[in-house]
Design a protein. Structure first.
Ligand SMILES: [Zn+2]
Length: 125
């Protein structure tokens, strides 16, 4: 958790309305997802590679920031963050709203959740 949030103020992401999404966000923050890098580390997957990018390990960073499979959703997310005045596009910002003014943290997490839902990957996270 310390990777994405460096204080212990009330968390803007506790929603309790969509359990699968809350679980996915928590797993992403802890680094314990069902993405293939983690499954491979646990000897559950034969390789660590992204299902759409056969030579690239499927890390959380790859899923959020690089994978071409989610390019259009990522572009929408980035555009919406810019409209909020959030210019940083990295995992601490997306998963913990780190560095974002408290008045906009909930909106950042809401946009991240929209990305996750649109990606169709919630069962894999
Ligand atoms: Zn990929």
């Amino acid at each position: 958790m310390g990777l994405y949030k460096n204080d212990f103020s009330p968390q803007p992401w506790v929603r309790k309305t969509f359990r699968q999404l809350d679980v996915a966000l928590t797993r992403l923050r802890l680094g314990h997802t069902r993405l293939t890098v983690h499954l491979h580390r646990l000897h559950i997957s034969p390789d660590p590679y992204c299902p759409w990018c056969p030579t690239v390990p499927e890390t959380i960073e790859h899923f959020f920031l690089e994978c071409p499979c989610f390019y259009s959703h990522r572009t929408v997310l980035r555009t919406q963050l810019l409209a909020l005045g959030v210019n940083t596009f990295d995992l601490p910002t997306l998963l913990g709203a780190t560095g974002v003014h408290p008045s906009r943290q909930s909106a950042v997490i809401r946009l991240t959740c929209a990305f996750l839902k649109k990606s169709g990957q919630l069962p894999r996270l």
